[in-house]
Structures are given as structure tokens and as C-alpha cells.
Design a protein around this ligand. Structure first.
Ligand code: NAD
Ligand code: TYD
Length: 338
């Protein structure tokens, strides 16, 4: 089996590539990534001499290169993770989200269709469903109702992928998962950002009153779910993936402060995110009953391990936080924190 992982140098992609090399050792993994600010080749030190991990620097929008990679590596399936992935950045500038998430996905689908690939796994998100009130869960039949430029671009890609099955018969599977956490996450997302700020004794910027709820999924559980969906998912199937771990943001921020031994006085409530979704909660029954998958990590224990990973791997995040990240941080937070 030769699999092309797009976005393999990002947070989930790099965990997935390593998961595949460990758990599917006979597979060749072609890691196709543009190396935007979020892509980091330093995540692969242990795979440096691995002949079954091939890195190709490229944009998913480059049809010629995508075709060449599919042909030259005899690709059987694509696991498509490449995306602009951060909601706050999509509010500051939506265009890159449309270009990569919508148009880029379409380029890959066209390439997959013409090459007659066996399977195209589209990694979508629970954010395509929009926001929930205090009760209820997203199921696979919940109507899509995205709120941000990010989630709208993902919803477009998700629907276009399903249309390629319906119209052209391409073998696609779509997964919609909840918020991931774990090692190698870029420190612009809630958990690593709060750890890093706490370690620097900087304010921890909580949007609004901090009662927004996310359902947290450990990245290793997400990787096993993606491979399960790739191997066993039904053609044209949609699968929700969740961690059964709903928490308010403020609970997470306080837990992180406790884990690194810093005072709650570092918490700073700041202006809310525009259009901020209140609550996401996943019903992942279909993954369990149809494909036999369930998450295995217990949130509090896995959060403590994750926080320890950031404490122990300071050089990793210090390097990724230089350059562009610093500019982004100033634009995003300077007015809110003053
Ligand atoms: P990330 O931002 O950490 O990584 C994205 C990767 O895609 C980077 O390596 C980047 O270089 C690459 N990339 C961006 N544009 C590209 C392009 N045009 N061509 C090729 N490569 C490009 O993202 P992540 O958190 O690892 O998310 C991976 C996928 O999972 C995304 O599709 C995201 O929408 C989805 N997802 C993420 C979460 C989460 O909590 N992180 C939850 C649900 C779904
Ligand atoms: P984030 O990690 O950006 O993921 P998403 O918006 O895709 O769910 O944010 C998770 C939650 O944390 C979300 O409700 C916004 C909130 N948040 C803050 O309160 N402060 C921050 O600095 C960030 C980045 C997020």
C-alpha cells in the first residue's frame, strides 16, 4: 500500500505519518506538504533514514506535481489533511483558506479521479456543523451550518468530496473530528498557546467568559480513527470522530496553570472571537458500531502528559515561534491584551 498524506508536516499529519510508520510498517508514506508556517520538518528526526517515508515539498494546488507524485510513487490512496487550519487566522484573512481548503482540495480530487485511486480520505472537522446549544450532539446527519471562514471552507471541501463520489464514483470517505490535542501542535491553538504563555509568565488570553465548550480528542486516537476509516469505511461514508471529553475553555486553562504550577491571576479575559461558536459535541456512535473504533485516552491524564511534553520540548516550540508567528501574535493579541 502506498499512501500519500497531504499536510503530513503539520500537527495531526506528523503524528499520523509516525503512527503509520509504526503500525503499518509495510506501507510507503509519501508526505506531501507545502511547509507553510504550520509545517515543520523537524517533527521527523526519527524518520530521517527511513526509506518508506518520502517527503515531497509541494502545494496541493499544483496539479502537475500532484499527478507526478501519484504516478511516480504508484499511490493507492490519499489521506488529505493539508489545510489552513486556524479559525483566528481565517478571520484576519479568509482568502488563503478558500485557495487551499476549497480549490486545493478540488485539485486533489481531480487528480485522484483521473488516476483512479482506490480511496480518498477527506479529513474534515466537526466545525462544519456550526454551534450547539447547551444540550445535544452532532451526528453525521446534522445539517452543515458553518460559522467562520475556516469552517465554511472545510464544509465546502467536505461537500465537494462527497459530490465526487455521487457524480463520478470516486471512492471517498469523509471524517469529521473534534478538537485535537497532543505533541507537536503549533502554539497558536488553545492548549499549547496557554502552556507556552504560562511558562513565560505572560497573560493567558481567554476569549469572552471562557464558557465555550469543545470536545477534546487525543491526536493518537484521531490517527487510529483515520486509519480505521481508510481501511474499513464504506465508500461515500461520513464518520464523526470524538473524544467524549467536553470541557469549557476556562476549565482547561485552569488545569494547565495547575499542571505547570502558575497562579490563576495570569488569566486575562479578552474581547471575544468574532462569531465564536459556543459548543461542539460529537456523537461518534457510528465509528463504534460500524467500524469498531472508540477513543482510548482519558482526558485529564493525557492533558497532563501533553503539558509535560511542551515543558520538556521547549527548543521545539521556541524555534517554531520565531519569525512569522511573532508577527501573527502581535496582530492577533496586541489590542486585546492592552
Ligand atoms: P496544521 O495547521 O497543524 O497543519 C496543516 C499542514 O498543511 C501544514 O503542515 C501545512 O504546511 C500544510 N499545508 C497548508 N497549506 C498547504 C498547501 N496548499 N499545500 C500543501 N500543504 C499545505 O493543521 P492540523 O491541526 O494538523 O490539521 C490537519 C487537518 O485536520 C486539517 O485539514 C484540519 O482542518 C483538520 N482538523 C484539525 C483539527 C484540530 O483540532 N487540529 C480538528 C478537526 C479537523
Ligand atoms: P482553537 O484552539 O483555536 O480551536 P477552535 O477554534 O478550532 O475550536 O480554540 C479552542 C477554543 O479556545 C475556542 O473556543 C477559542 C478559545 N481560545 C481562547 O479562549 N483563547 C485563545 O487564545 C485561543 C487561541 C483560543
Amino acid at each position: 500500500m502506498n499512501v500519500m498524506v497531504t499536510g503530513g508536516c503539520g500537527f495531526i499529519g506528523s503524528n499520523l505519518v509516525k503512527w503509520l510508520r509504526k503500525n503499518r510498517p509495510s506501507w510507503k508514506v509519501v508526505n506531501y506538504d507545502k511547509l507553510t508556517y504550520a509545517g515543520n520538518l523537524e517533527n521527523f528526526k526519527e524518520l530521517e533514514n527511513d526509506p518508506n517515508h518520502v517527503f515531497v515539498k509541494g502545494d496541493i494546488g499544483n496539479r502537475e506535481l500532484v499527478d507526478h507524485v501519484i504516478r511516480s510513487h504508484k499511490i493507492d490512496a490519499i489521506m488529505h489533511l493539508a489545510a489552513e487550519s486556524h479559525v483566528d487566522r481565517s478571520i484576519l484573512g479568509p482568502e488563503a483558506f478558500i485557495v487551499t481548503n476549497v480549490l486545493g482540495t478540488n485539485v486533489l480530487l481531480e487528480a485522484a479521479r483521473h488516476a483512479k485511486l482506490n480511496r480518498f480520505l477527506m479529513v474534515s472537522t466537526d466545525e462544519v456543523y456550526g454551534s450547539l446549544g447547551p444540550t445535544g450532539f452532532f451526528t453525521e446527519t446534522t445539517p452543515l451550518d458553518p460559522s467562520s471562514p475556516y469552517s465554511s471552507s472545510k464544509a465546502s471541501a467536505d461537500l465537494i468530496t462527497l459530490a465526487y463520489e455521487h457524480t463520478f464514483g470516486l471512492d471517498v470517505v469523509v471524517t469529521r473530528c473534534s478538537n485535537n490535542y497532543g505533541p507537536f501542535q503549533f502554539p497558536e491553538k488553545l492548549i499549547p498557546l496557554m502552556v507556552v504563555n504560562a511558562l513565560h509568565d505572560r497573560p493567558l488570553p481567554v476569549y469572552g467568559d471562557g464558557t465555550n465548550v469543545r470536545d477534546w480528542l487525543h491526536v493518537d486516537d484521531h490517527c487510529s480513527a483515520l486509519v480505521t476509516a481508510l481501511e474499513k469505511g464504506k465508500k461515500g461514508g461520513v464518520y464523526n470522530i470524538g473524544g467524549n471529553s467536553e470541557r469549557q475553555n476556562i476549565q482547561i486553562v485552569k488545569a494547565i496553570l495547575g499542571l505547570v504550577g502558575k497562579p490563576e491571576s495570569l488569566i486575562k479575559h479578552v474581547t471575544d472571537r468574532l462569531g465564536h461558536d459556543k459548543r461542539y459535541a460529537i456523537d461518534a456512535t457510528k465509528m463504534k458500531t460500524e467500524l469498531g473504533w472508540a477513543p482510548s485516552h482519558v482526558f485529564e491524564k493525557a492533558l497532563a502528559e501533553t503539558v509535560k511534553w511542551y515543558v520538556d520540548n521547549r527548543p521545539w516550540w521556541e524555534r517554531v515561534m520565531s519569525g512569522e508567528y511573532k508577527k501573527y501574535f502581535d496582530t492577533q493579541y496586541s489590542a486585546r491584551l492592552s
